[in-house]
Write a protein of this length. Structure first.
Length: 234
C-alpha cells in the first residue's frame, strides 16, 4: 500500500474502552502487569505494558488491539502512547494476557485469538477469574495451539509458573516467589522490616549483656587485686 506524503494517518492512543469492567478484572490486570514489570526490572530491553494499543501494520490504524498485559522482549523500556510495531524493529509482543469479565463475548475473544495468531504472538494466556479457568496457547509449527494441560505450566518465554488451585490461580516467579498484589508486597516489606528491627534489638540486647558481663568481670578483678590476689594467676 502506498501512502500519500500529504496524508497524515492517525493512530489513536485510546480505543475509548475502559481498562476493566469490574474490580476483580482490574485487580488481575494490575497484578499481571506490575509483577511482569518486576520480573524484568533489571533488563532494559524488555518492554511491559497493560491496556496499550498495539498497531501491527503501518498505514492501517483500524488493525489494532489492546491486550490486558503484554511483554515485548528485545524492545527498550519507556513510555509510549501506543505500540506501533514498525517503529519497534518490527518486533511483535511475544507474550500477551487477557483477563475475562462477564461483559466479554465469545466472538470478541475468538477475534482476539485470531489477531494474536495472525500477528505473531508466541504465547497467549486467557484467565477467567469468575470461573477460575485458565487457558493457554503456544505457537507451534507457525500457529497458536491450545495447551491441553496447564497444570504447573511454565512459560517458555517468561519462566513463570502457573498453578491453578481449586478456587484461585497462583503465579510464581522463576525463583519460586509468588506474584503479589501491591498490598501483599507492602505487608511483606513491613513484616521484613519488623523482623529486621527485632533482630537489631536482639543484637543490641546481646551487646549490652556482653558489656555488662565484661564490666562485672572487671569489677571482680579489681576486688581481687585489692585483696592482694592476682586474678590473672587464679
Amino acid at each position: 500500500m502506498t501512502i500519500s506524503a500529504d496524508r497524515q494517518i492517525i493512530y489513536p492512543d485510546s480505543d475509548g474502552q475502559p481498562m476493566a469492567d469490574n474490580t476483580k478484572q482490574f485487580r488481575w490486570i494490575v497484578l499481571l502487569k506490575e509483577n511482569l514489570e518486576c520480573l524484568f526490572a533489571a533488563d532494559p530491553q524488555v518492554f511491559v505494558a497493560g491496556d496499550l494499543l498495539w498497531y501491527p501494520v503501518e498505514g492501517h490504524p483500524e488493525i489494532r488491539v489492546a491486550p490486558d498485559a503484554m511483554v515485548v522482549l528485545g524492545r527498550p523500556k519507556g513510555d509510549r502512547g501506543s505500540y506501533r510495531q514498525w517503529e519497534e524493529s518490527d518486533i511483535a509482543p511475544q507474550v500477551v494476557f487477557e483477563v475475562l469479565s462477564p461483559g466479554n463475548r465469545l466472538t470478541e475473544m475468538a477475534k482476539k485469538l485470531q489477531f494474536y495468531d495472525r500477528y505473531g504472538v508466541e504465547e497467549y494466556y486467557l484467565y477467567d477469574p469468575d470461573r477460575n479457568d485458565l487457558s493457554g496457547f503456544q505457537r507451534l509449527e507457525g500457529k497458536l495451539t491450545v495447551l491441553d494441560d496447564m497444570t504447573d505450566w511454565v512459560s517458555p518465554r517468561l519462566g513463570i509458573r502457573f498453578v491453578l488451585m481449586p478456587d484461585d490461580l497462583l503465579i510464581y516467579y522463576p525463583d519460586g516467589q509468588r506474584f503479589l498484589t501491591t498490598v501483599e508486597l507492602t505487608q511483606q516489606m513491613l513484616q521484613e522490616k519488623q523482623r529486621a528491627e527485632q533482630e537489631k534489638q536482639r543484637a543490641e540486647q546481646e551487646k549490652q549483656r556482653a558489656e555488662q558481663e565484661a564490666a562485672r568481670a572487671d569489677r571482680l578483678a579489681a576486688q581481687l587485686r585489692a585483696l592482694g590476689v592476682d586474678p590473672d594467676g587464679v
